[in-house]
Design a protein around this ligand. Structure first.
Ligand SMILES: Nc1nc2c(ncn2[C@@H]2O[C@H](COP(=O)(O)OP(=O)(O)OP(=O)(O)O)[C@@H](O)[C@H]2O)c(=O)[nH]1
Ligand SMILES: [Mg+2]
Length: 356
């Protein structure tokens, strides 16, 4: 059963960069992954693309042929893809049943909030056996302004109701949030969306005329009780791993490496361990469905990393990288010695080496 993600969000929110980040992460973890570009205007695709909508239709061709502008042209492209769904289906079949598929959507928000084509394509994918989650990226700097934050909440809620998929909202580029000034509340207030009445002061001082309307929107969002956010800094491994766990949990995906597959670098090789010490699929499933834990799973940790103690964390990470670099150099030196003199290299300490 193929699993995957529909990556959506407003223009420039970091969708393609996230797809590339996830591609790199999965490749390092030896998890099979394929990225499908569904953005016909995507000219510089950062990731290796398994399927590209441009080989079916391009935005430029549609604009020239039908005299449409870029926005109307984009909607036409999605309708064209829906009409030619078998083109996509045939190519997805070629990828095999075990691959994890990322669908990189265009940034036009109406595609994930009210236009029907993407929704119908997703429904067809689900019918054909795909277990998908929507990963909705929103630029984190919007939370620094109360009224922009409300609009992001509305957009996220609308996408959740429209796409009807297990849904993960993400505040992307969390590393840049500090540049836009101090937050009125701690980050967990914005990620957990618990009590929006605290925004009343900020909203009524920014636009007193619409204060009542803003508060009515807040209570509507709270009544649904659906919206919450994860955070993402795409180059931070812990942040990517945390989001990976959250999305896996949303789709119910538990990756069990096939027997005999290569162990990722740094992981413990349990292939020769007795059965009682080897992870089993049922055990993995139980822990995967449990609470997501890890260094970036708590918004308070994210706040400390990117807002409160950013400089200290940057310095600590640099020191870690330096240490890792030295270890890699040391390792390379050792393997060179081993290549030159296999007998001496095999010895684990100088005394053994002398004896050898
Ligand atoms: N600092 C920082 N920059 C990021 C992050 N994610 C993405 N970016 C930058 O944001 C910009 C836009 O990223 P894209 O991946 O092209 O965004 P997109 O959502 O695919 O854009 P469209 O396809 O045009 O809608 C690029 O310059 C990225 O390098 C992040 O986590 N941190
Ligand atoms: Mg893109």
């Amino acid at each position: 059963m193929p699993f995957g993600e529909v990556v959506c969000g407003s223009p420039g929110s970091g969708k393609s960069t996230y797809c590339y980040g996830k591609y790199q992460l999965f490749t390092a973890l030896n998890r099979p992954i394929a990225v499908v570009n569904l953005d016909p205007a995507n000219e510089t695709i950062p990731y290796p693309c398994a399927i590209d909508i441009s080989s079916l239709i391009t935005l430029d061709d549609v604009m020239n042929e039908h005299g449409l502008g870029p926005n109307g042209g984009m909607l036409y492209c999605m309708e064209y893809l829906e009409a030619n769904y078998d083109w996509l289906e045939d190519r997805l079949k070629e990828l095999g049943p075990d691959v994890y598929v990322l669908f990189d959507l265009p940034g036009q928000v109406e595609l994930s909030t009210n236009h029907e084509s993407v929704k119908r394509i997703i429904q067809k994918l689900t019918k054909s056996g795909f277990r998908l989650a929507a990963v909705h990226l929103c630029d984190a700097h919007y939370v620094t302004d109360a009224s922009k934050y409300i609009s992001v909440l509305m957009l996220s809620l609308r996408a959740m109701l429209h796409l009807e998929l297990p849904h993960v909202n993400v505040l992307s580029k969390i590393d840049l949030i500090q540049q836009y000034g101090d937050l009125d509340f701690n980050l967990d207030f914005y990620t957990e969306v618990q009590d929006l009445s605290y925004l009343e002061n900020a909203l009524s001082s920014a636009s007193p005329r619409y204060a009542a309307l803003n508060m009515a929107i807040c209570s509507l969002i709270e009544d649904f009780g659906l919206v919450g956010f994860e955070t993402l800094m795409v180059e931070d491994k812990e942040s990517m791993l945390n989001l990976m766990r959250v999305v896996d949990k949303a789709t119910g995906c538990v990756f069990v490496p096939p027997e005999g597959s290569k162990v990722p670098e740094g992981a413990i090789d349990t292939s020769k361990a007795p059965p009682t010490e080897r992870p089993n699929a049922y055990g993995l499933f139980t822990s995967a469905m449990g609470e997501a834990r890890g260094p970036r799973s708590d918004p308070r940790d994210v706040q400390e990393r990117w807002l409160d103690a950013r400089e200290e964390w940057d310095a600590w990470e640099k020191a870690q990288w330096r240490r890792e670099g030295l270890m890699v150099q040391e390792q390379a030196k050792k393997s060179k010695i081993r290549e030159r003199n296999p007998k001496q290299g095999a010895a684990s300490n100088p005394t053994e080496a002398k004896r050898a």
